[in-house]
Design a protein around this ligand. Structure first.
Ligand SMILES: [Ca+2]
Length: 436
């Protein structure tokens, strides 16, 4: 008999105060069934439910209480509108012209999130916003997980988080070309906006986020956030968000693959591959409040072929930029004044990065610079395994970076590939530990 964890066992034994919508959690190995009597208040049992509990996928962090198969856009719209905790919406292969809205009424719970995924895996399902402003929107919603979907065709945004949305996961998906409403002066593939309640604990992992074409405009990003807390942006491939043609607001709004601003805080940006953007990462920016970013860690990222800047630090305080590898960017790192808050200051530590050029400070700033290696272009073949293929793993001849990191501290415990640091005699500079 599988072991049943707390709430179910306790409640089923005591028969106390169930209500419809109450969630029952269990960590179970095979598919099995149980009989549960649901009651509420002094009038006794109201309903009996037979629950099928599916947890056959050990990778699933959640308990799935109901599978909701979807084969048409109408079914998808209905499934989202009526979604309840524990729903797994399984979308059959196809292209779905839909705009999907998650709110407080169709949210999951911590133990029983709503999961929406392609039944047959990535590449089989396209959610096409078909010109709607936003393709998938999370307003005041919580505990929803999106996996293995192509999200495209929106007018301004692929996914949007506002009104205090929290604990949302966007994983293993492709978000691209949600820029149907030109010019690109208010576009981000993924956007957080906290004016009506700060989005928090949003997880954006293992996605491909990109443009296939570059319409004109001057305010567009891959991921952009105003007033956002505790975002995790990890393991994504962001690329080809570039070629701004104007500057309507901020210099740093222009083709940034990731920008976290307007008092956003504690963003963790790690193990992303960021290629061919206009700017790789903007920590801070020129947004709506100062300091634009507090805290935060940018670590173990690969940033290359950015037209203008690899990493821009703009009115950020308390941040750490460490163990990144930068290559062939217009500039490596720029530290700049926030034009909207000229009294603002930057305070950031920049350590143990492989940089393809100097740290360019355009304003006074505070922080620690140590352990960085400034790569001479003609030495790339000695340092990297295959720089022309953008493989930045280290060669044995990279003596200037292998075991040469200083003061690594507690903010970096592994590398881009997930291997524990340090390997060998010490930690290595850049995003990779050398492994023979
Ligand atoms: Ca090492």
């Amino acid at each position: 008999m599988p072991q049943v964890e707390g709430p179910l066992k306790q409640r089923s034994e005591r028969r106390l105060n169930y209500g419809t919508g109450d969630m029952i959690s269990a960590n179970l190995e095979p598919v099995w069934e149980m009989s549960v009597e649901i009651s509420r208040g002094p009038r006794g049992p109201l309903a009996a439910a037979l629950l099928a509990v599916f947890t056959s996928d050990p990778a699933a962090a959640a308990d799935v209480l109901r599978r909701v198969p979807v084969t048409s856009a109408a079914q998808l719209d209905d499934a989202v509108r009526a979604a309840q905790p524990g729903d797994m919406i399984l979308i059959a292969p196809g292209r779905y012209r839909s705009k999907l809205r998650f709110t407080g009424r169709n949210s999951g719970t911590k133990l029983a999130p709503i999961i929406m995924t392609a039944r047959d895996g990535l590449g089989t399902v396209v959610i096409d916003g078909a010109g709607a402003d936003i393709t998938v929107k999370f307003s005041a919603s919580a505990h929803v997980q999106i996996k293995a979907l192509d999200i495209t065709g929106g007018g301004y945004h692929g996914a949007f988080f506002d009104s205090g949305a929290h604990d949302i996961v966007i994983d293993g998906s492709r978000i691209y070309d949600n820029h149907g409403r030109g010019p690109l002066n208010s576009h981000a593939e993924l956007k957080g906006s906290g004016g009506k309640g700060r989005p928090r604990q949003i997880t954006i992992t293992n996605n491909e986020i990109f443009h296939t074409r570059h319409p004109p405009g001057g305010n567009f990003q891959g991921i952009d956030c105003n007033f956002c807390d505790d975002f995790l942006i990890a393991g994504n491939y962001l690329h080809d968000i570039r070629e701004p043609t104007s500057e309507p607001y901020s210099h740093y709004d222009r083709g940034a693959c990731i920008q976290m601003k307007s008092t956003s805080q504690n963003t963790l940006i790690e193990r992303n591959r960021i290629a061919r953007c206009h700017i790789g990462i903007v920590l801070g920016g020129e947004g709506l409040a100062s300091p634009e970013h507090r805290g935060g860690i940018v670590r173990n990222n690969l940033i290359y072929d950015s037209d203008e800047i690899g990493i821009a630090i703009v009115n950020a305080t308390g941040g750490t930029v460490t163990h990144n590898t930068l290559f062939r960017n217009g500039e490596a790192i720029r530290i700049a004044q926030d034009g909207r808050y000229p009294e603002s200051q930057n305070q950031v530590d920049v350590t143990n990065n492989i940089l393809d050029g100097p740290i360019r400070a355009m304003t006074e700033w505070e922080g620690t610079i140590k352990g960085n290696y400034f790569l001479e272009p003609n030495l790339a073949d000695q340092v990297f395994r295959n720089p022309s293929a953008r493989d930045f793993r280290l060669r044995a001849t990279a003596l200037a970076v292998i075991d040469q990191a200083v003061g690594m501290g507690s903010k970096v415990s592994n590398d881009y590939d997930g291997f524990v640091r340090p390997q060998g005699a010490g930690a290595d500079i850049g995003a990779f530990e050398y492994r023979p």
